[in-house]
Design a binder for this molecule. Structure first.
Ligand code: FES
Length: 106
């Protein structure tokens, strides 16, 4: 059963914003992309560096270090779909709070 972790109020994560959080010691980044929320591990699959400051274009997040690009909706490497994806997590909103599920989606 998924354990849901409260990562903050929905009002602090308006459209176009992102927010870092900890999931039981795991650093994640939560995005609000046009009203839909996505959460992924804050760790690039290339060299393990943080993704939180990467440029976001649509759903494509570019790692600020060496330019790998990941789809935030499913964690896939956009340029190499066979590469190991970044871990993603389910997100839901309840009572004005953003909740991230501890079981990864893949
Ligand atoms: S650490 Fe992200 S592309 Fe190298």
């Amino acid at each position: 059963m998924t354990k849901w972790i409260d990562v903050g109020p929905q009002q602090d994560l308006p459209t176009g914003r992102r927010q870092c959080a900890k999931l039981e010691g795991q650093s994640i980044v939560v995005f609000n992309l046009e009203g839909r929320y996505y959460a992924l591990e804050n760790r690039c699959t290339h060299a393990g560096l943080p993704l939180e400051d990467g440029d976001l274009s649509g759903c494509a997040l570019t790692c600020p270090y060496h330019g790998f690009t990941f789809n935030i909706t499913n964690g896939q490497n956009v340029d190499d779909p066979k590469d190991t994806p970044v871990r993603t997590y389910p997100v839901k909103c309840e009572n004005g709070r953003v909740l991230v599920g501890l079981e990864p989606l893949f």
